[in-house]
Ligand binder design. Structure first.
Ligand SMILES: NC(=O)c1ccc[n+]([C@@H]2O[C@H](COP(=O)([O-])OP(=O)(O)OC[C@H]3O[C@@H](n4cnc5c(N)ncnc54)[C@H](OP(=O)(O)O)[C@@H]3O)[C@@H](O)[C@H]2O)c1
Length: 247
């Protein structure tokens, strides 16, 4: 199966799962645009990718103007778009849901849900023109199951999963596939508070049948599989990659 020639936009593409996904697409012949908030992170990631078909721009996905600019820049750099990977997310609140305030709700809504929705809406004309169009939303096992302390993040990851299903139904007739990946605990900066602290890591490993954390490369493999044009009948799916955590 080949990803040759696909034009791919990945938000949060400067480290962790997003960067590993950029590497995987490039290695299989795709063109890739990565984006994240900090320009220095974008430059650093582009240096590490070191590929003539890699492009990068700064974009805070929670800001409407920044999303608009990113889509324009990406289309110009790659000459079109086949695959949008909505990967950027934030989680500024950890603790009981009732301890969260309106600011936390607003922030997570803007980045994790409106960011993905707004970009999908802006990319829609380009995706409609592609023969291999797909949107891949990076959800979480926290959107499928309750984990203590993950409150608002879980609510919006569940929302992202339902948005994936609704858009898959609405865009299917235009041959645009929409899928999600729900990772378990993956060894990136995002989950550092878990893997860096033995007292937190121990119960996670005990609850994970494979008895380890996942790697960003393993999630990248799922994302590439969903994007593959030969995987053309898969839409509205949520692929769980969690070492068995949700069993
Ligand atoms: N790691 C896990 O255990 C795990 C589990 C389940 C789901 N996930 C999901 O996987 C996705 C990627 O997470 P990760 O673990 O790879 O995280 P990560 O290593 O912390 O990387 C996050 C990336 O997103 C960018 N970013 C953060 N806020 C942004 C914003 N507002 N706008 C644009 N870019 C932004 C960061 O760069 P800048 O700092 O430059 O913005 C960085 O490139 C997220 O959707 C997360 O919810 C992760």
């Amino acid at each position: 199966m080949s990803l040759e020639g696909l034009k791919v936009l990945i938000t949060g593409g400067t480290r962790g799962i997003g960067l590993a996904t950029a590497q995987a697409f490039l290695a299989q012949g795709a063109q890739v645009t990565i984006a994240s908030r900090k320009l220095e992170h974008v430059h650093h990631a582009l240096e590490s990718l070191n590929h003539p078909h890699a492009f990068g721009f700064a974009c805070h996905v929670g800001e409407a103007t920044a999303r608009q600019e990113l889509v324009e820049q990406s289309l110009q750099a790659m000459g079109g778009l086949d695959v949008l990977v909505n990967n950027a997310a934030t989680n500024p609140h950890f603790g009981p849901l009732l301890k969260a305030d309106a600011e936390h709700w607003q922030k997570i809504f803007e980045v994790n849900l409106m960011g993905a929705f707004g970009l999908t809406q802006l990319c829609y004309p380009a995706l409609k023109a592609s023969a291999h169009a797909s949107v891949i939303n990076i959800a979480s096992v926290a959107g499928l199951k309750v984990y203590p302390g993950m409150g608002i993040y879980s609510v919006f990851k569940a929302g992202l999963i339902m948005m994936t299903r609704v858009l898959a139904a609405e865009l299917g007739p235009q041959n645009i596939r929409v899928n999600a990946v729900a990772p378990g605990f993956i060894k990136t900066d995002f989950a550092k508070a878990i893997w860096d602290e033995p007292a937190h890591l121990k119960p996670v490993l005990a609850a994970t049948p494979l008895r380890r954390l996942g790697s960003p490369e393993e999630i990248a493999t799922c994302i590439c599989w969903l994007a593959n044009p030969q995987n053309s009948f898969t839409t509205g799916s949520v692929i769980t990659s969690d070492g068995g955590l949700t069993l």
